[in-house]
Ligand binder design. Structure first.
Ligand SMILES: Cc1cc2nc3c(=O)[nH]c(=O)nc-3n(C[C@H](O)[C@H](O)[C@H](O)COP(=O)(O)O)c2cc1C
Length: 246
């Protein structure tokens, strides 16, 4: 079984999870910007690990749109001697978010799932399996823009009366300005179990390329990185994830 591990993060926690998962599976994790079309459509399982930045996940939208586009191209315009078409399969897709919020707090997992679904073409969203892990933050390492965004969030959170704090509010307020590392490789276990279960024919995660939407196929750029709340847009979290400050 060919498992492709792709990640999109900025400050290293997502990459650490991706590298550990890859190590456990005897493969290598690839940053989303380095994934090629052949790798995408020839995988049996794609595991996308992505950091959550105010409603956006770096590279997720772009990568999944590429998957659908390439798969559709093969289906609609079959060519002789097309190496991509020859090797093409229908991969299962597993998305793993990495964020500060505790997915065990009621409502958080549902919110994160909505964030993920907002980045996916319908053909993928219908079948994707989702997991949520906790990352970390080091305020000293943040870009100026991200620091400003967190400051704005703190203006709100610090005014919440203490008797109304959730565990997330407490963690945020008590660590604001400092550093916290909640990376826990043991939480990769359910992801590994999901990958291991993927040999079954007809598993839920298999993508039906026939339902890909034409807007994605015909449109311009498949992913402008725009997050659904307009805060974590392209310039904030996506294309420049591994390059310059926003
Ligand atoms: C500007 C900004 C926005 C963030 N928004 C969220 C969020 O909406 N939900 C969440 O759980 N974590 C949020 N985080 C925390 C990151 O997801 C967390 O720091 C993650 O571990 C970063 O991954 P990376 O180290 O791979 O870049 C945010 C962090 C920053 C800097």
């Amino acid at each position: 079984m060919d498992t492709l591990i792709v990640y999109g993060g900025r400050y290293g926690t997502t990459e650490r999870y991706a590298d550990e998962l890859a190590r456990l599976l005897g493969t290598a994790a690839v940053p989303y910007a380095a994934v090629d079309d052949v790798a995408l459509v020839t995988a049996d399982v794609i595991v996308y690990l992505g950091a959550v930045f105010a409603g956006g996940v770096p590279g997720l939208k772009r990568t999944m749109a590429r998957l659908v586009n390439v798969t559709e191209r093969i289906r609609r315009f079959p060519r002789e001697d097309d190496p991509v078409a020859e090797a093409s399969r229908r991969p299962r897709v597993i998305v793993v978010t990495v964020g500060l919020g505790d997915p065990a707090i009621p409502g958080n997992a549902e919110h994160l799932r909505a964030v993920v679904d907002g980045q996916l073409p319908p053909a993928v969203a219908a079948h994707v399996e989702c997991f949520h892990l906790r990352g970390g933050i080091d305020y000293a390492a943040l870009s100026p823009k991200h620091r400003a965004m967190m400051w704005m969030m703190w203006q709100h959170e610090k005014r919440v009366p203490e008797d109304e704090w959730t565990d997330d509010t407490r963690m945020f307020n008590e660590t604001y300005g400092g550093a916290v590392d909640m990376v826990d490789f043991a939480t990769l276990r359910p992801v590994l179990d999901a990958i291991a279960g993927s040999g079954d024919a007809g598993a839920d995660g298999i993508m039906d390329v026939g339902t890909a939407n034409d807007r994605i196929l015909d449109g311009g750029p498949a992913d402008d990185g725009t997050a659904n709340d307009g805060i974590a847009g392209d310039e904030t979290t996506d294309d420049k994830t591994t390059t310059a400050e926003p």
